[in-house]
Structures are given as C-alpha cells and as structure tokens.
Design a protein around this ligand. Structure first.
Ligand code: B12
Ligand code: SF4
Ligand code: SF4
Length: 318
C-alpha cells in the first residue's frame, strides 16, 4: 500500500495528523531514565517497570519496521464552567476512540497486506509516544514538553501503529520555542523544570498528575482544576491563531469529542450532590472515570473555584 493511500485511510477515520517513523530504538531513552531517576514519575510505578521495554519498539512487536503516528485535534474554547476539566477529557475517552479507529485501519491495511503484523498503542503501552510522533513529523518538543507543530500547535492526542511493513519515513519536525518562557511563568505549580539544559515536567508537581493520578485531600496546589490542566498549552503562542497560521486552535468538529459528557458541564453544587451511583453512570466511556469516585470527591473538596486564574485562551470564540 502506498503512503498516500495510507494517509487517505487515516484521515477518513477522522485523524487530523499523520506521519511515519522508522522503528529504530528510542533515541531519548537516557532522558527518560534521568526523569525516572529524579523520581519525577511520582507514584506512576508502571513508568519505571516499562523502562526497559521502552528502549525499542521491537519489544512490543518483534520484526517491527515502521511506526505509523496519528494525531487527533481536540481543541475547544474555554466554556467557563468551574471547576475546570482539561479539554482532552470533555468528550469520549480518547483511548477508546483511537483503539476503535486504529483497529479498523489495521483491518483495512491487512486486506491488501495479509502477511503484515501490527500493534496499536495509545498512551499506556511501553513506548515513548512523543518521540516516535516527533520522528514521524507530528511536532517538536516545547519547553512545556508538549509536542508542538509550528503551524497548528499542540492541542492533539497521539496514537501509534507499529507494523512489520517497511514504509518510507516522513521528515522530522523542526522548530523550537526560542526565548519564550510563557508556560514556565504561567504553570501554577512550577512543575516545568530545567534539568541540565533540557526541560522536563516533574509530574509530582503537575496538576494533571495531582488531580488524576494521585488525588489528595486539601491539596491547594490544584487551584480551580477538577481533572487535568491546560494552562501550559493555553498560554503557548503556537496555540494562538495568527494571520499566517489560521489553523491553530480550530475547534474540533469530531463527533466523539464535541459531545461533552454531563459531568464536564456541572458546576460545583451539582458535582457535590453526585452520589456514587450517579457518578458511575455519568462517567461511562469518559476519561473522567480514571479518577475514581473517591479521587473525584477529594479533588472536588480541594478545588478552589473562588481562586480562579483568568483563562488565557484567546481562540476566536473563546
Ligand atoms: C506520564 C505521562 C504524563 C505525566 C507526566 C508528563 C510529562 N511531561 O512527562 C502527567 C500525568 C503529568 C501528564 C500530563 C499531561 N499529559 Co501525558 N502522558 C504521559 C505518558 C504516559 C508518558 C510521558 C513520558 O514518558 N514522560 C516522561 C518524560 C521524560 O517524557 P517527555 O517529557 O515527553 O520527555 C521526552 C522529551 O524531552 C524527549 N526529547 C526532548 N528533546 C528531544 C529531541 C529529540 C530529537 C528526541 C528524539 C527526543 C527529545 O525525550 C524525553 C523522553 O522521550 C504519555 C504517553 C506515552 N506513552 O508516551 C502521555 C502524553 C505525553 N500526555 C499527553 C497529554 C495530552 C497530557 C496533558 C496535556 C493532559 C492534561 N490536559 O492534563 C498533560 C500535559 C502536561 C505536560 N506539560 O506534559 C499526550 C501529549 C500529546 C502532545 N501533543 O504532546 C501523550 C502523548 C498521551 C497521548 N497518547 O496523546 N502526562
Ligand atoms: S499541565 Fe498545568 S501544572 Fe502541569 S506543567 Fe502544564 S501548566 Fe503546569
Ligand atoms: S509557551 Fe513558549 S516556551 Fe512554552 S512551549 Fe510554548 S513556545 Fe515554548
């Protein structure tokens, strides 16, 4: 199958970014290890357990030759609801969206390539997703550690398909932050740290981790966030449209993302009345389920909706 045909299939499935990387070993494994050695992963023990597997995609799919990287843009303007939920979690769970669509992609490719083997990874598999997406041309690493595309910004999620097919690699993304430090200045908890000249996120300080992975009682660091955090993307100039980059921060039209789950639209009073049974019913198929009911209650009790910081989201209708 040719690359143009492959890209057409990927885009027909609703993905908005596409590229191919060679499946050679990870180049940034030392940076990853140094992040672990500093303890920046906090209680996410699986990240340490996976470290050896992450050295090469070969450990996930023996005989792998290529990595197909796809991206899904999810931006929507700030809806004013407080406490806040990070935008990636407004719609259906992206793990499910990617798995369903990528399984279909694999079936379609297999019909013309019956001997090829595949492995889909979305978020939790032991592979450095951003590195392979970078090598596939989807973006470069910003100081906030997000993968950023100069033309279209960083509001996109990543999925990979490892395959034994030999496909021509795309050109890597070029770009950089220059002298900008907006995300570092704006991060409410100082989670973006410089380690020997490179920028890393100390997850233990990151509101995304504090609200989703390790909720605690009375944690004032989380500000007005209920789930995740978008601050270091909201302030990034690459996420603001300009005369020559009108495609940045274009609101998604994807049907799986635009329909917001009910919990995302509730104010503090409505949230505090949610019983376990109601929370359970409301979070089916939503990323918010990962928090667990106890975590949700702890974060809600900690979230300070009076101490809001103004959103610096300058999307046209935001
Ligand atoms: C653990 C994790 C977290 C942790 C730690 C985040 C972090 N920055 O490390 C927490 C819970 C805090 C988190 C938060 C978020 N996450 Co997260 N997370 C992950 C996960 C599972 C692993 C990331 C990881 O390995 N971190 C360790 C550090 C060391 O990796 P790193 O910062 O990317 O560092 C690399 C670069 O520095 C790179 N590098 C730097 N320069 C160069 C140059 C070259 C040439 C190369 C090759 C490499 C390179 O080398 C390092 C190692 O690879 C990935 C999925 C996956 N399996 O990869 C998603 C992932 C990174 N998360 C994602 C998202 C969307 C988020 C949030 C925006 C969610 C939210 N709104 O709350 C926030 C963003 C916070 C932030 N600023 O990073 C997306 C990122 C998409 C994108 N466009 O970049 C991913 C890829 C999930 C996905 N499948 O879409 N996340
Ligand atoms: S997601 Fe929020 S807390 Fe985490 S690094 Fe970005 S701005 Fe800081
Ligand atoms: S806000 Fe500035 S420093 Fe941070 S990632 Fe964006 S361009 Fe880079």
């Amino acid at each position: 199958m040719g690359v143009d045909e492959l890209e057409a299939k990927v885009r027909a499935l609703g993905f908005t970014r596409f590229g191919i990387a060679d499946a050679t070993p990870a180049e940034s494994i030392d940076a990853y290890r140094s992040w672990l050695d500093r303890g920046y992963h906090g209680s996410m023990d699986y990240l340490r357990r996976h470290a050896e597997l992450k050295t090469s995609p070969e450990s996930l799919l023996p005989g792998v030759r290529s990595v197909i990287a796809v991206g899904l843009d999810y931006y929507q303007p700030d809806d004013g609801v407080r406490p806040r939920v990070a935008r990636y979690a407004w719609g259906r769970d992206y793990h499910r969206i990617f798995r369903r669509r990528l399984s279909r992609l694999v079936r379609e490719i297999s019909s013309s390539e019956p001997d090829a083997r595949f492995r889909i990874t979305v978020d939790s598999a032991p592979i450095l997703e951003r590195e392979y997406a970078h090598r596939a041309g989807l973006g470069w690493f910003g100081k906030n550690t997000m993968l950023i595309d100069s033309r279209r910004g960083s509001w996109f999620l990543i999925g990979l398909v490892l395959t034994t097919l030999e496909l021509p690699a795309s050109t890597r993304s070029l770009g950089g932050c220059g002298i900008c430090t907006s995300c570092i200045d704006a991060c409410p908890t100082g989670a973006i740290v410089n380690v020997e000249g490179a920028w890393q996120v100390d997850a233990r300080q990151c509101i995304s981790y504090l609200t989703i992975e390790a909720p605690q009682e009375a944690d004032s660091r989380i500000g007005d966030w209920l789930f995740g955090c978008d601050v270091c993307q909201e302030v990034c100039p690459f996420n603001h449209p300009g005369p020559r980059q009108p495609d940045r921060a274009t609101p998604t039209q994807d049907p799986d993302l635009v329909t917001k789950s009910a919990l995302v639209q509730m104010d503090r009073n409505a949230l505090s009345r949610l019983s376990l049974a109601e929370w359970d019913a409301t979070t089916i198929g939503s990323p918010l389920r990962r928090q667990g009911y106890d975590g949700f209650r702890q974060v809600l009790a900690s979230a300070d909706t009076e101490r809001t910081h103004p959103s610096r989201d300058t999307a046209p209708d935001g």
